[in-house]
Write a protein that binds this ligand. Structure first.
Ligand code: 4NP
Length: 151
């Protein structure tokens, strides 16, 4: 079983969408996909309705996901940890206990644009177009991740 965690700030916009998209591209029996936020603001919350809507537009149902906060134990529970942006990458890296933890943490858009350290922009304070853009970025990244982890 390969276990992959998607991480953003609130765990209501970007990472639940990334979770739903990647899950849809991988066989259930051999992959566990989850998401978490580095902040505590939205623990127990459903994904933002705009993330739910854009997922639904592409045939994915993420409405039942629930916000939770990233914790040090996630380094033990997951093989790969994808941060949505540089700020959350740093938030996670700060919690790493050793080189083994550190090696699990990646910036998700580096799968598409290696070593360029691009952010998936936070769409929370913007409009619906921001969620459409985020969906396209994550779909492209998740295609590459799915191809890599099933190779
Ligand atoms: P996310 O977006 O990190 O993609 O879930 C955000 C959601 C909520 C907040 C910030 C970003 N917030 O400040 O409440």
């Amino acid at each position: 079983m390969t276990k992959i965690l998607m991480v953003c700030l609130g765990n209501i916009c970007r990472s639940p969408l990334a979770e739903g998209i990647l899950r849809s591209k991988l066989p259930k029996h051999s992959f566990t996909i989850d998401s978490a936020g580095t902040a505590a603001y939205h623990i127990g919350s459903s994904p933002d309705r705009r993330s739910v809507a854009i997922a639904r537009k592409y045939g994915l149902d993420i409405s039942n996901l629930m916000g939770r906060q990233f914790g040090v134990s996630d380094f033990d529970r997951f093989d790969l940890i994808y941060a949505m942006d540089n700020s959350n990458f740093q938030n996670v890296v700060k919690l790493a206990r050793d080189e083994n933890d550190l090696a699990k943490v990646k910036l998700i858009l580096n799968e598409v644009y290696p070593n360029q350290n691009h952010d998936v922009p936070d769409p929370y304070y913007g409009g619906d177009q921001g969620f459409q853009n985020v969906y396209q970025m994550l779909d492209e990244a998740c295609d590459i991740i799915a191809e890599k982890v099933t190779r």
